[in-house]
Design a protein around this ligand. Structure first.
Ligand code: NAD
Length: 494
């Protein structure tokens, strides 16, 4: 056991190299070892200890998982919606029953504060299964009457085996966001959690057995992106792919899928603007924008990492961020009171601190933070940077850590240009009391989601996805169910 990977602590040679859990792939309803017999270390980012060994799966394991999913497809796709719905509801109930254990696993595996896992990750995993379990009971299909000559009606049929690839920042939240609609719509699936955060996916597999999920409907393959992930993306018998991760990886997945004409949904990176106009309710805008910057250590694709404050309130916003960032409690993610946990890996700490260094070079002022915390684990101080221009690299590239920039602006046109100046377009927040301006700015911003006077208010029915290089396609509500089905028109001559 023990090929190292980027999450491994290169700087902690004294750490014991043992695995507490040996995870296996979940294929055809059973836990099976990877064909190669190779395993990877899974590290707790807060302690730098190895907490598990996970299969270093390759194309052979993916082949086995796809074969199981294919074999299960016919029966599952013909299972009445009501029965599928009941099984999904059962999974949701079991996640709820094991809520605290799952929250602890997520926190230990990812480094996130347990309070956040309890408030965000696990409730959302439950909600994902419940939402799509009930959504399939309320679906209608279309019909078009061609005068008095023909009746057209639309069949929405599942596609087969769905390939589902998820990142490490919201592990069970995002994996269930894909699994639930895929199987609710009648597909079977091969899901790959991130190699950085396999623990809750493994627990989910155990819960699937308890729920009585038919064999082969949900298969979970662990392993690295370039091997296991790439094998799913390029597999001939996987006609539909839902991928969430970085933009550069998304391009590789799209390239693998293109020659096979797969249906692809890509949820990618972001560099989201938070725009605070001078008339905003600062009592609300500053604390919420602070949360938008630093929740999950800034490791949420929707984090507002570029704050633009209108000149009359700029100093007040900077002051609010300064005090707010300094007061956030950094500590053991498993402590109830911790607000900032550990970053995912040593490599990610280097990346984030590299951007702080770049900010200095680009002429920025590090108002607060900017250092690794002196303790074991991958902790970085919440960092507030001012004095940078909108077109510099720190404001253009995704950092994905606890780093926020604050930039002044003069008027609406200028801030819209700033907001739209990156290659990303995932989400944005606009703070103003002027309703007409709010609507105008919302329409002008190039992003998949615009929050007005709020952040991360998510209704699972709404279309979710990115503009520009933040993604392709929309998921959420009936958009997800449409994505995971193919429309077929049946034309009947009257
Ligand atoms: P990543 O792109 O490195 O990895 C994501 C997943 O893809 C992992 O499971 C990984 O193993 C797999 N993978 C890697 N290379 C692959 C390949 N060649 N073929 C197939 N699969 C491959 O991303 P990450 O570092 O895990 O996550 C952080 C990124 O995810 C950030 O850019 C963040 O903005 C983005 N993200 C986006 C959303 C969204 O909804 N738009 C949500 C969360 C995270």
């Amino acid at each position: 056991m023990g090929t190292s990977r980027s999450k491994t602590a290169a700087d902690a040679p004294e750490m014991p190299r043992f695995a507490r859990h040996k995870l296996q792939n979940f294929i055809n309803g059973e836990f099976v070892a990877p064909k190669s017999g190779r395993y990877l270390d899974d590290i707790n980012p807060a302690t730098e200890e190895v907490i598990a060994a996970i299969p270093d799966s390759d194309a052979g394991d993916v082949d086995a998982a796809v074969a199981a999913a294919r074999a299960a497809f016919r029966s599952w796709s013909l299972t009445p919606a009501d029965n599928r719905s009941r099984l999904l509801l059962k999974i949701a109930d079991l996640i709820e029953k094991n809520f605290e254990e799952l929250a602890r696993l997520e926190s230990a595996d990812n480094g996130k504060p347990i309070s956040l896992a309890r408030r965000l990750d696990i409730p959302r995993a439950i909600a994902n299964f419940r939402f799509f379990a009930t959504a399939i009971l309320h679906q209608a299909s279309e019909a078009h009457l061609t005068d008095s000559t023909a009746l057209n009606y639309t069949l929405r049929q599942p596609l087969g085996v769905a390939g589902l690839i998820a990142p490490w920042n919201l592990p069970l939240y995002l994996l269930s966001w894909k699994i639930a609609p895929a199987i609710a719509a009648g597909n079977t699936c091969v899901a790959k959690p991130s190699e950085m955060t396999p623990m809750t996916a493994n627990r989910l597999a155990e819960l699937l057995i308890e729920a009585g999920m038919p064999q082969g409907v949900i298969n979970i393959v662990h392993g690295l992106g370039p091997t296991a992930g790439a094998a799913i993306a390029a597999h001939r018998d996987v006609p539909v792919l839902s991928f969430t991760g970085g933009t550069a990886t998304g391009a590789k997945v799209a390239a693998a899928a293109a020659p096979l004409f797969k249906k692809v949904s890509l949820e990618l990176g972001g560099k989201n603007p938070t725009i605070i106009f001078a008339d905003a309710d600062l009592e609300e805008a500053i604390p919420t924008s602070l949360r938008a910057a630093f929740w999950n250590q800034g490791e949420i694709c929707l984090c507002g990492s570029r704050v633009f404050a209108q000149r009359p309130v700029f100093d007040k916003v900077v002051e609010g961020f300064f005090h707010g960032a300094k007061s956030l409690r950094i500590g053991d993610p498993l402590d109830d009171g911790t607000q900032i946990g550990a970053l995912i890996s040593a490599a990610h700490v280097d990346k984030v601190l590299g951007y702080v260094e770049l900010a200095r070079k680009e002429g920025g002022k590090i108002f607060t933070g900017g250092h690794r915390v002196e303790r074991r684990g991958y902790f970085v101080e919440p960092t507030v940077i001012t004095g940078l221009q909108s077109d510099c690299r720190v404001l253009q590239e995704e950092i994905f850590g606890p780093v926020v920039t604050i930039t002044p602006f003069d008027d609406e046109a200028e801030v819209i240009a700033f907001a739209n100046s990156t290659r990303y377009g995932l989400s944005s927040s606009v703070w103003t009391r002027d309703l007409q301006r709010a609507h105008r700015v919302a329409a002008a911003i190039e992003s998949g989601t615009v929050w007005i006077n709020c952040w991360l208010l998510r209704d699972l029915r709404v279309p979710f996805g990115g503009a520009k290089e933040s993604g392709v396609g929309r998921e959420g509500g009936f958009d997800s169910l449409e994505f995971f089905t193919e429309a077929k028109n049946v034309c009947v001559k009257l």
